[in-house]
Design a protein around this ligand. Sequence first.
Ligand SMILES: [Zn+2]
Length: 440
Amino acid sequence: MSDEVTDLLQHLIRNECVNDGTESSGHEVRSADLLQSYLEGSGLDLERYEPVPGRTSLVGRIEGTDPEAPTLLLMGHTDVVPVNPDGWSHDPFGGELIDGEVWGRGAVDMLNLTASMAVAVKHLARGDFRPKGTLIYLAVADEEALGALGAQHLVDHEPDAIRADYVITESGGIPIPSPTGVKLPVIVGEKGSFWVKLRVKGTPGHGSQPYKTDNALVTAAAVVQRIAEYQPRTEIHAIWRQFLEGMDYPTEMVGPLLDPDAFVDACDQLPVGMGRQFHACTHTTFAPTIAHGGTKINVIPDRVDLQIDIRTLPGHGDAEVRAMLDEALGDLAPKVELIAAADDPSTASPMDTPLWDALGRVTQQFYAGSKIVPFMTVGATDARFFRRLGTTSYGFGLFSEHLSFEDYGAMFHGDDERIDVESLQLSTAMWEALSHDLLT
Ligand SMILES: [Zn+2]
């Protein structure tokens, strides 16, 4: 079985389903074809969905015998983000197996889980698995470009195909050592995004006489600086509190991280990757990422457009974000117009659920004495579409201890992405155990 999941992952990587955000990219049909031929003949019902040519999602199901029993949906995306091969030590689409690790784009985000879910579901379908509840496998397109041609399309137009009580997708499950044993984070919520375009205004003039001009580029530089230096309020929300308490960190570390007034200073003392995660988890954040302005070298610009990647905590919508922007800009606010905003709010699922309990039990088979802890991811996943339907949706997988939380985080959309074979085996076995626990 280890060869099977490794081999399937290698093929998914080699399919190079790169999603650059355009409708004609992705080509997930290649991996839908691959997975369909892999799963065919094992007794699964398979259906394909293709909102536009090439952007194919595949659904496989093992129908339960009891309509009252719960349905579990295992969802893995088949698309990946682009690469710059210059930063890689091996071919990013070679899917090479080197020293027990599979290399390539998607090895941790998230073809590893897409592959292990497929192998587990096939094994269950071929074996004597006759569950009361229904098990659905979804290999979904277009996760990396907000899901319009993948999960969102299915939720909006094919609800019968993907209706479930419980959904599991990326990420989570990286074992984190703690003073009281291994902790396994389960992603129960994610931050929202609020992407804005700001227009900074000025007055045009001749570049040869800059004295006392109203230069939009100079104002924009100050606007960028203020947004970068803005310190939003620390929010100690329930998921954060339960994560920290669950980790059993020393009291002297936990205290300041639960105190909004001491939090930022405490973050300064942590390793930078950890500090960055913890800060993002407890703040609505503002990152200026794009600036466009100026027309000609001898013209004082009258307009500069800025784009700000704002990531929101639960409860922070249009009104809250605008108030924070005003606060950040101060007396420059009248020179800045918000010309576009896309609000995709934060989502979360409850923790007192049968799925949570099942994960707690099943993980004992792989990490005896471990404990699952809730976490809020600072990125976005397809889970949000299901949470908005009221479906309990978590991010989880299972990984070996070869990979640290920091390595794992750095490989998402980064260079030299790779996964060890032991992690692939662990995840495969965990999906099977979870399906037995929850559905039979
Ligand atoms: Zn992903």
